[in-house]
Design a protein around this ligand. Structure first.
Ligand SMILES: [Zn+2]
Length: 510
């Protein structure tokens, strides 16, 4: 009984202390302390350290007016707040946003996380289906589309009974509209009600993987691949991007005469398109990360090792490093390959850029983050599960390992519904090393990086965080890229020139 009475007395005392503090704090010192606390937090935010020129301040006020209007509208009508709805539904709303209009004009530096066959606008991809000699089939079991370029009808395969020349099918007026609609929908995740159709992460990944299979026979035809890649660079450059580091699985690429290119030859094809593009846009640079599927056995992994050694020997400048891709939750844990990766690092000193922590599970899939840190990954793809690992966070911050955040990808793949709740909001609040990337823009009808920049700016930043965040993201993308020191300084000069032109153009407009 005495014990209970003492506890109650203690509680009362504590309560009195709280009331006392509250009473004292409603005077001047409270408000001073409040302002100091707010300032101290604001100083920790991404971009805070940058100072704005008077011209930048003018442009900033225009951006902030638009941002505050959208936030106010969102507060009054939460259902309209674009980062809180699935991008597949929000896309057209974003295209009407004033903030987005400005973001499209902003120089963004580099895209450091994008995948080989998912980078172009869906319209361009669709138009490529009018290329000659394209055959199409509908798979027997899954009713998915497969493509193949050939001079004569391809033979039956396990999944395809019947191939037809697409240009001939398109002559048939009774089926052409439905056929074209099917082709378009086979290239993207776009549906009317994504929250119902893709009810969980595995369901959306099924469609995600099927799109890549559809694109396989189509984009792996060398002439189409070259047109595709050139257009990717064009769209990225047009979206104010000056450097790209894309990941690729290096699938078998073919010619009509039956020639099939090996991995080293394919990277040579990539590089030739880069060179052709640079003759028109010399400021644009590209690097490549070899990133095959993670869901493989040890024998296949050994083959990856041989390929990457070969690539490293042939393309030491163009090849940025090595990674593993695919749905992390259902893939093989990186720890299974740790010994081989350590040996590889010792042998050829290659850099790693691992996908890790693209998961909502704790103490399970997110353990891949340990391999990323221990194997000295230069950046971490997605990596948002890091916020559940305080020790790893310390190391990652100290070593300057950037987390590659792809907001739209995480939302569309059902990992986070409302982007305001994305762990990146915490990373932005503490000026953690982060970059914003687009992952697979063509799969959700996005172009370039502006859509992801918009989502990040509207969902991850605080009410008063301003244009400095966007400028800092541009700087980060260059600093955390795989470019060497000379390449980085050149890119920084280019970025700052682009930035000054953007500021001047915005001022001219007002
Ligand atoms: Zn990715």
């Amino acid at each position: 009984m005495a014990h209970i009475i003492i506890s109650i007395l203690l509680l009362i005392c504590t309560f009195n202390e709280i009331t006392e503090t509250k009473y004292i704090s409603t005077n001047e010192s409270y408000w001073r302390a409040r302002t100091e606390l707010q300032d101290a937090e604001e100083k920790m935010h991404l971009g805070y350290k940058l100072e704005l020129t008077s011209k930048e301040k003018l442009v900033n006020s225009k951006l902030m007016e638009a941002k505050h209007a959208e936030l106010k509208h969102g507060l009054e009508t939460p259902v309209d707040f674009l980062p809180s709805m699935n991008f597949l539904k929000a896309k057209s709303g974003i295209e009407q946003s004033k903030v987005f209009e400005i973001i499209k004009k902003i120089p963004k530096g580099a895209v450091l996380h994008s995948h080989d066959t998912a980078m172009v606008s869906t319209e361009f991809l669709y138009n490529l289906t009018y290329t000659n000699d394209l055959f199409i089939c509908i798979t027997k079991n899954t009713k998915e589309i497969r493509f193949k370029f050939a001079t004569e009808k391809p033979k039956k395969t396990e999944e395809c009974d019947e191939w037809n020349l697409l240009s001939e099918l398109r002559q048939n007026k009774t089926i052409v509209d439905e056929l074209n609609a099917n082709i378009k929908s086979s290239f993207t995740l776009l549906v009317n009600d994504p929250d119902v159709v893709y009810f969980d992460v595995n369901e959306v990944w099924k469609k995600f993987v099927s799109i890549f299979l559809t694109l396989d026979g189509f984009l792996n035809y060398r002439p189409v691949l070259e047109d595709y890649l050139y257009q990717v660079f064009k769209e990225f450059e047009n979206d104010k991007i000056l450097h790209l580091e894309f990941r690729g699985t290096l699938p078998q690429t073919y010619e009509l005469n039956g020639t099939v290119y090996n991995e080293v030859e394919l990277v040579g094809i990539y590089q030739s398109v880069v060179k052709r593009f640079q003759s028109e846009y010399p400021h644009f640079s590209v690097k490549f990360i070899y990133a095959p599927n993670r869901k493989v056995d040890q024998t296949t992994f050994d083959q990856y090792i041989e390929i990457v050694k070969n690539l490293h020997g042939n393309y030491s400048d163009f090849l940025a490093g090595f990674d593993l891709v695919g749905q992390e939750d259902l893939g093989v844990a990186a720890v299974e390959f740790a010994d081989k990766l350590l040996k590889l690092k010792e042998e050829i000193n290659i850099d790693f850029y691992f996908h890790a922590g693209e998961t909502n599970w704790k103490g399970m899939t997110d353990e891949n983050l340990f391999e990323s840190v221990l194997l000295d990954s230069k950046r971490i793809g997605h990596g948002y599960a890091i916020t559940k690992h305080p020790k790893l966070m310390e190391i990652v911050r100290d070593k300057g390992i950037a987390i590659e955040i792809s907001p739209i990808s995480n939302q569309v793949l059902n990992l986070v519904k409302d982007l305001r709740n994305h762990p990146a909001a915490e990373l932005f609040s503490t000026d953690f090393p982060v970059v914003i990337s687009n992952d697979d823009p063509s799969l959700w009808g996005a172009i370039g990086l502006s859509y992801d920049f918009y989502e990040a700016f509207m969902a991850f930043t605080s009410y008063n965080d301003d244009i400095r965040v966007l400028k800092q993201l541009g700087y980060n993308s260059i600093l955390f890229s795989s470019m060497n020191v000379a390449e980085k300084s050149r890119a920084l000069v280019l970025f700052e020139n682009q930035w000054d032109s953007f500021i001047n153009e915005m001022i001219m407009e007002t």
